[in-house]
Design a protein around this ligand. Structure first.
Ligand code: GLA
Length: 752
């Protein structure tokens, strides 16, 4: 609901409100953003500056309350008395004042190819003007989430140069801490929480992509906010290019937050009549801590961002050829792998890099689309048909935005590579194609489209491994080109499941999610690392957007050995896949994987679409009736304490059947301690133990009970863990990096 009374706008939806006030000078003041309140109470939120604040500038010399530097604003000018961060810079002063407004049913469609949130909404459009330019501010109300964006039109007769244009500006009263998600390749989404003080904190990407360095999503929380309590704001941007966000506290105790395209080297010339619009910024508020905020963000992504046709569509368990084969495969090897994958329960076989051109390593072939006849003598169609005949779907990897100098494409069109006037710099032996050129976009659309139509392909992994050196406005135009290409390829082929990837999670953003519902979180599949990466991404993105694979141990990036069950228990909380050489699996491992996939399929809907909650030391997903909870352990201490599992969101009056998902212990893991486990004396280095290890497993401790929701919410004690006193089937013996999965189902037989 959007209420307009006199000079007040009340924007209300569900449990949040935004109150705006048009002040006497035509500036838009932000009275309140957060808890649901009444429009009629607007006066309670008024900030009333009493003084002219010393050396500050006044909008009206007679009105000491007219100091723009001390007002809480929802937009501001630059060089006109507000010395805080400005949202729009044109090389001269800017001073936009209110001209008109409109209340619109629904969303307002973008003029450009930028993606935007879709669905039931109401929009307030405020138009502000200054001589020669018109500015539109859009505030769109979705369930749980508010979006904002801005649009500038040159209404004068001389060009305007835009050097900075934010999507949103908010002055929030109070002190906050800012949480950002930073990192790099194989180390995505490291969480950092720092107080917002009087110096500016910036969360920015300048790599041409949203980047693994700084995810565009971030949080502002009141000091002391916890997972389950306290006031928390969440922010994100529907954009895959260079982004910028900053927070800074003012002397008057207002925290200014801006979000938008990075102004780094940005310059866009607007000719008379021309328009520039910003990406859409996303913001939400919860008074129920980080968990409450995440729930809102998850629902928003699910309902308003990912393509509609995938909203409730269960995603297939996939097998990906990359980590197992790299570039070394042929038709026979792939078919054998597919047979193995099928026998384990996989539903989709994905052929990763290496199927085209002279792509035998990463130095050549990108840009070419001719199938390598040596590796694939029956073509993609022959392979796809064979895989389909085995009862699996077929998926394919592409990296359409890049070109290797050693490729037919580059030899034919060296000018299609994105250049910056200097000697080209290679990244992973490749250059980016210039997606701002229509002929380049046409080439990609035609070739990817032709390939997709040439074989039964139901899934695409869209990779991007070299980031841009193109700066500023060109970087933005590149992203617009990418969005056009994606729309042209996948618009007519809506059934294709698109998973985006950029050296792992280098483009984990809401822009890419508007085109494909899942993203490869990281090339790092070590489950201990994944607990960090997936756990931290979960602050802003639902688990159905996570491509999460079980890979081999010891792990390629950490050399860490982890139990197979932990690798699966982490990947279950996402879209499960397997990515390892299956021919090296021994039969007990195969059996274990079969069991994992069976379990995942049984509860897939809950794993993928259930409400995700972070627990102390674990995660849970729940659809209300079924809850699946995993607890993860790091290094086992010598004298372990009692373990407690405290679940969330259950009905305290209902009864639930609680059980451990059975896990197996490999006998070989005991080494010279094996005498504590089996009654025979085995040589720890002998053939007998090695043979036994391949065939004999021991059950790990199982806990089973029917119990009230109240007890599960209060926290129940888990089975003891190994304490140096030998194997006991009633304890949890899994050692370092162990984990358990618990299945909790509403008990329909018991009366509440
Ligand atoms: C990137 C991706 C990997 C894989 C390789 C193939 O590194 O992140 O998953 O697809 O490219 O070259």
């Amino acid at each position: 609901m959007i209420v307009h009374r006199d000079n007040i706008f009340g924007l209300h939806r569900g449990d949040y409100s935004l109150l705006l006030r048009l002040n006497a000078y035509g500036l838009v003041e932000l009275l309140h953003f957060g808890e649901a309140v009444e429009t009629a109470d607007w006066q309670a939120f008024l900030c009333q500056p009493g003084l002219g604040w010393g050396s500050s500038i006044l909008l009206d010399d007679k009105d000491t309350a007219s100091c723009p530097d001390s007002l809480p604003l929802a937009w501001s000018g630059s060089g006109r008395g507000d010395y805080r961060e400005s949202p729009l810079e044109l090389g001269t002063a800017t001073d936009f004042r209110y001209a008109s407004h409109e209340i619109i049913d629904g969303i307002v469609a973008m003029d450009s190819p930028l993606p935007q949130a879709k669905g039931l909404a109401k929009t307030l459009k405020i138009t502000m003007t200054q001589p020669g330019a018109e500015l539109n501010l859009y505030f769109t109300l979705f369930d749980g989430v508010l979006t904002r964006r801005a649009r500038l039109q040159n209404t004068g007769d001389a060009p305007i140069t835009v050097t900075k244009f934010m999507s949103s500006l908010l002055d929030l009263p109070g002190d906050y801490e800012m949480t950002t998600f930073d990192g790099g390749w194989i180390a995505e989404a490291r969480k950092h929480r720092v107080p917002v003080l009087d110096s500016r904190i910036v969360n920015e990407s300048t790599t041409g992509a949203s980047s693994n360095r700084h995810n565009p999503g971030f949080l502002l929380s009141e000091p002391g906010a916890t997972e389950d309590a306290g006031r928390v704001y969440g922010f994100n941007l529907i954009y895959s290019g260079n982004h910028y966000a900053a927070a800074q506290r003012s002397l008057q105790g207002l925290t200014r937050v801006v979000q938008g395209i990075s102004p780094n080297n940005f310059a866009k010339i607007l000719e008379p009549g021309a328009v520039f619009e910003t990406p859409e910024a996303v913001m939400a508020f919860s008074d129920q801590g980080f968990g409450g905020l995440s729930e809102k963000m998850h629902r928003f992504v699910h309902d308003h961002i990912i393509p509609r046709q995938f909203r409730e569509k269960e995603r297939p368990v996939l097998f990906n050829s990359w980590e197992g084969c790299m570039f070394d495969f042929d038709h026979r090897r792939l078919v054998n792998l597919a047979k193995e994958a099928k026998s384990l329960g996989c539903e989709l076989f994905v052929l990763d890099d290496g199927w085209f051109g002279q792509r035998n390593d990463d130095t050549a072939g990108l840009g070419d689309y001719n199938v390598n006849p040596k590796k694939l003598p029956h073509g993609l169609k022959g392979l796809g048909d064979k895989i389909r005949s085995l009862g699996m779907e077929f998926g394919l990897w592409f990296e359409p935005e890049s070109v290797n100098p050693d490729s037919d494409l580059y030899r034919a069109h060296p000018d299609w590579a994105l250049t910056d006037g200097f000697q080209p710099l290679l990244g992973r032996h490749q250059l980016l194609l210039d997606l701002t050129k229509p002929e380049v976009r046409d080439y990609i659309v035609e070739n990817v489209g032709r390939t997709l139509d040439s074989a039964p392909i139901s899934y695409v992994k869209w990779d991007m491994n070299r980031h841009s050196t193109a700066l500023g406005a060109k970087a933005h135009d590149y992203i617009l080109g990418l969005y056009e290409v994606l729309r042209r390829i996948f618009g007519p082929r809506p059934e294709i499941l698109l998973e985006s990837c950029s050296s792992g999670g280098n483009r984990f953003d809401l822009g890419m999610l508007c085109f494909g519902p899942q993203i490869w979180c990281s090339d790092n599949t070590d489950p201990m690392e994944r607990q960090t990466i997936q756990g931290n991404l979960s602050y802003l993105y639902p688990q159905s957007t996570f491509g999460a694979h079980v890979s081999a141990a010891p792990h390629a990036q950490t050399l860490r050995s982890t139990p197979l069950c932990t690798r699966a228990n982490v990947s279950f909380f996402g879209c499960l896949g397997y990515e390892l050489d299956l021919k090296h699996l021994i039969s007990i491992e195969k059996k274990e994987i079969q069991g994992q996939i069976e379990l995942y399929k049984q509860y897939r809907k809950v794993f993928q679409f259930g409400t995700f909650r972070r627990l102390q030391g674990g995660w849970q997903v729940s659809d209300g009736k079924i809850t699946l909870a995993a607890t993860f352990r790091g290094l086992v201490p010598a004298a372990p304490g009692y373990g407690t599992l405290r679940l969330k969101g259950l009905d305290r009056h209902k009864r639930y059947r609680f059980r451990t998902n059975p896990q197996k212990l490999r006998i070989g893991q005991f080494g010279n301690l094996v005498k504590h486990v089996v009654p025979v004396n085995l040589n720890p280095n002998g053939v007998l133990l090695r043979t036994a290890d391949r065939h004999i497993t021991l059950p790990d401790g199982i806990q089973e009970m029917t119990i009230s929701g109240a007890a599960l919410l209060a926290g129940i004690r888990l089975l003891p863990v190994f304490r140096g006193t030998g194997y006991d089937k009633n304890q949890r013996t899994l050692t370092d990096f162990g984990s358990e999965l618990y299945i909790i189902e509403e008990d329909s037989h018991e009366k509440s």
